[in-house]
Design a protein around this ligand. Structure first.
Ligand code: QV4
Ligand code: CA
Length: 470
């Protein structure tokens, strides 16, 4: 667990990989997805041990950065995981016998008897019982209806809460009954009062992939907390790529108007660790760092727009290799030396080394995170579009953003809603010591400003806000 405090003071929180002991998979060699196959609830993985985890959480909390843990509580390892101590902390397990003595779990604690399919796995997503009581890709499905199982999980999550984490991503929530999730949440402690006001509850977001057309819908989970809105990245990617006749002008009613869940329930993102490599609803429209120019526009749009609770991805590069449109290297884990995860080094130009992409450090993305914080709570207004892919909108009198995703240049005068003055565009540059290293925008006293954006600009969008005023 090594985060760069220089970076994270600009963010408000970090969502991390599962920190509990997982199976070690050697064929293929240490895939990233081994971390979604728990062996115990000991904090002990390739990212570090419990002491290292405590150190990270403490240092982050001390500078106001919250940590959210990816909680894999629907299942343990795969049914074919074998027996032995091939686990990140050396704990013994026997997948065939359903034995996980380091928790401990035994055969009684799994859904083998409850699942009604002949294979024991999920065979149809049109049947809510299968989706929740049977094995997801062979992963041993925990009997969350049992108080004993709920208690083991709550003990694990409470250990994390006491250490200082602020909340959880509940992995594979679609595969758990909402009532079972609630029963676990009801057992959780309040957040640690060393850093949080008394009575604070953990922030919960549930991973439910609901693109429509299945037995289970996101809305069943609203009572437990936020829910991932997977339509968001799929649709935004389609629009920014201009596929299926989509255009940015149609984004005028982005949000609930597009059939998304209510804004105050939604956790949104352009891509995540699954769909950036073709896993979990990873349609080809999803934008990632591999399509950097379009990706920055998509993330910029997301961070400027008031809909949802936003999350920015931070990735590593891997050698993509497509065979028949499928990346056969979609399993490759983080940059490593013989299995030991490589350090995140920082280059002189502030980017990351060792194949860490660090999208969160890209100027355009970092500055749009600041934009979002500056315009927080301000209304969406002053929308403009050219009927095609040139659009603009403001957030009250605090921020304004203009996009040109057409094949011709943009040149127009727009009402920004901002007080008169000279502003620094935070996409092409930064405001440093009162000067602007990028494009300057002159807003007149009536709030209007002239914008010019070439369609061949490195980044064909401009963003200004109250704190970028010179
Ligand atoms: C294999 C066969 C199965 C067989 C099984 C028998 O494919 O047919 O039944 O062996 O043991 C890995 C392998 C997968 C393997 C499985 C079990 O890829 O081939 O099954 O392990 O050994 C991640 C990866 C999965 C990976 C899993 C566990 O994406 O590929 O499976 O980790 O290592 C749905 C869900 C959604 C889910 C999404 C991916 O609704 O909840 O699929 N997303 C989350 C996480 C995701 C994670 C899981 C859930 C599971 O975001 O990263 O899956 O925790 O949409
Ligand atoms: Ca389940």
């Amino acid at each position: 667990f090594e985060l760069m405090l220089n970076d994270i003071v600009k963010c408000q929180s970090i969502s991390i990989s599962p920190p509990n002991e997982n199976i070690v998979v050697n064929n293929p060699s240490r895939p990233w997805w081994e971390r979604y196959q728990p062996i115990s609830y000991k904090i002990c993985t390739r990212s570090g041990n419990e002491n290292e985890f405590r150190d990270m959480v403490t240092r982050c909390n001390n500078v106001g950065v919250r940590i959210y843990v990816d909680a894999v509580i629907n299942h343990m390892c795969g049914e074919g995981g074998g027996a032995g101590t091939s686990s990140t902390c050396g704990s013994y397990f026997n997948a065939g016998n359903r034995e996980f003595p380091a928790v401990p779990y035994s055969g009684w604690d799994f859904n083998d008897g409850k699942c009604k399919t002949s294979s024991g796995g999920i065979e149809s997503y049109n049947d809510a019982y299968q989706v929740r009581d049977c094995r997801l890709v062979g992963l041993l499905d925990l009997a969350l209806e049992k108080d004993y199982v709920r208690t083991q999980i709550a003990n694990y999550l409470n250990n994390l809460i006491d250490i200082g984490v602020a909340g959880f991503r509940l992995d594979a929530s679609k595969h758990m009954w909402p009532g079972d999730i609630k029963a676990v949440l009801d057992k959780l402690h309040n957040l640690n009062t060393k850093w949080f006001p008394g009575g604070s509850r953990p922030f919960i977001f549930q991973e439910v992939i609901d693109l429509g057309g299945e037995a289970i819908t996101s809305s069943e989970y609203f009572g437990n907390g936020r829910v991932t809105e997977f339509k968001y990245g799929a649709k935004l990617g389609t629009v920014i790529r201009r596929w299926n006749g989509e255009k940015m002008a149609y984004l005028k009613n982005w949000g609930e108007g597009w059939g998304f869940m209510p804004s105050d329930r939604a956790l949104v993102f352009v891509d995540n660790h699954d769909n950036q490599r073709g896993h979990g609803a990873g349609g080809s429209s999803i934008l990632t760092f591999w399509d950097a120019r379009l990706y920055k526009m998509a993330v910029g749009f997301m961070l400027a727009h008031p809909y949802g609770f936003t999350r920015v991805m931070s990735s590593y590069r891997w050698p993509r290799y497509f065979v028949n449109g499928q990346d056969v290297n979609d399993w490759i884990g983080p940059p490593n030396n013989n299995g030991v995860i490589k350090e995140v080094t920082i280059n002189p130009d502030t980017t990351c080394g060792n194949d860490w992409v660090c999208e969160h450090r890209w100027r355009q993305i970092r500055n749009m995170v600041i934009f979002r914080n500056v315009v927080d709570g301000q209304p969406f207004q002053n929308w403009w579009d050219n009927g095609s892919n040139q659009v603009a909108f403001g957030r009250g009198n605090k921020g304004f953003i203009v996009f040109n995703n057409d094949d011709w240049s943009l040149s127009t005068t727009l009402q920004t809603g901002l007080p008169g003055g000279t502003y620094c565009d935070v996409i092409s540059g930064d405001k440093i010591n009162g000067n602007c290293t990028g494009i300057k925008v002159y807003v007149s006293s009536d709030g209007k400003a002239q914008f010019s954006i070439s369609n061949s600009a490195e980044d064909p969008f401009i963003a200004i806000h109250a704190d970028s005023k010179l």
